[in-house]
Design a protein around this ligand. Structure first.
Ligand code: HMG
Ligand code: MG
Length: 298
């Protein structure tokens, strides 16, 4: 059965922008975060405390995190792959952080420069330190429906990595179809395997739309009881370590789908669509939200 309410995790300022080759000013990032909050999104992944050599676009993470005009009831989160990132994020008043691992050995090496087992050793102290600081930690698993280097990924492997993150203390595990290759039945089968190890209420869907399947995949997992969905304004994005990957499913498209299903999200679609129009015009990108384009041309 479908959930009554879905919590949207807006990853546009992070996943959406991290791959942009031209530097985007901190002021634009802050305005984007403001507008997303004003649209009613209650969870915004605002920055990434990773190495600026690896992801130059996120180099201003401290300036972003420190200068957000925080709204009550909105969580502003950041990625923190290691203790160094976590310490820096804590100094900037981050409310919540995320660690990110993969269900693929090859992707783990390319993305975070270590094996899956080593990543878990790195995350353990991050979780301990975050817990001490009273900061909740989300966990990501990448490549849950396929890997750009290894191809097919077994659902059992995804379940194993998701369980490890959950057991280590991640309150929620987000399942990433990093390169957007999944299809609905495959997504359901993967979720079936994972939800045997981690409760459904602690799982999120993080689908990219490279092959145009993200909304169909979402419909499939919503039906199974997924109630947290990651999305990106205007469908912005791509992953620096997954060539050809397009953005996350567009937030506007997800809200339109949820509205049609009678599922509450608390998001104002018109304000959201205006935000998508604004950010794509500002950074010179096409708007990859069909709903956003349709609403803008009314
Ligand atoms: P490493 O080289 O193994 O780490 O990188 P290291 O500890 O050996 O440090 C090397 C250098 O990086 C040092 O600097 C450190 O100070 C610096 P140097 O001495 O050479 O000048 N460094 C840092 N600087 C800033 N912040 C830090 C930090 N840590 C080390 N936190 C590391 C390991 C993880 C840092 C690196 O591989 C990295 O930054 N990777 C970035 C990966 C990334 O951001 N990928 C995109 C996000 S994940 C994603 O998009 C998928 C997701 O959306 C879900 C999905 O779609 O599937 C989440
Ligand atoms: Mg992603």
């Amino acid at each position: 059965a479908f959930p009554k309410h879905v919590r949207l995790v807006e990853v546009g300022p992070r996943d959406g922008l991290q791959n942009e080759p031209e530097p985007i000013s901190t002021a634009i990032k802050l305005e984007l975060i403001d507008r997303l909050g004003a649209a009613g999104l209650s969870y915004i992944e605002a920055a990434s405390f990773v190495s600026p050599k690896w992801v130059p676009q996120m180099a201003d993470h401290q300036q972003v995190m420190k200068n957000i005009a925080r709204l009550d009831g909105v969580t502003y989160a950041a990625l923190t792959p290691n203790l160094k990132g976590l310490e820096a994020a804590l100094e900037c008043g981050v409310e919540e952080v995320a660690v990110f691992g993969a269900a693929s050995e090859a992707f783990s090496q390319k993305n975070i420069n270590c094996s899956v087992a080593e990543s878990q050793e790195r995350f353990t102290p991050v979780l301990e330190r975050a817990q001490q600081a009273g900061v909740r930690v989300r966990g990501y698993v990448s490549c849950v429906l396929g890997c750009p280097y290894e191809g097919e990924i077994a659902p059992a492997k995804v379940a194993e990595v998701a369980k490890a993150l959950f057991d280590m203390g991640c309150y929620e595990v987000s399942l990433g179809d990093t390169i957007g290759v999944g299809t609905p039945l495959k997504a359901k089968r993967m979720l079936e395997a994972v939800s045997r190890e981690v409760p459904m209420a602690q799982l999120a869907a993080h689908f990219h739309d490279t092959y145009g399947q993200a909304l169909a995949n979402l419909y499939a997992v919503l039906e199974e009881g997924i109630a947290v969905v990651d999305s990106s304004i205007a469908g912005l994005g791509g992953c620096p370590y997954a060539k050809g990957a397009s953005g996350n499913v567009a937030s506007e498209d997800v809200v339109y789908l949820l509205n049609g299903l009678g599922i509450e999200s608390g998001v104002d679609l018109d304000v959201l669509a205006d935000t998508g129009t604004w950010i794509t015009q500002t950074i010179g990108r096409p708007n990859r939200s069909k709903v956003g384009v349709a609403l803008a041309s009314r």
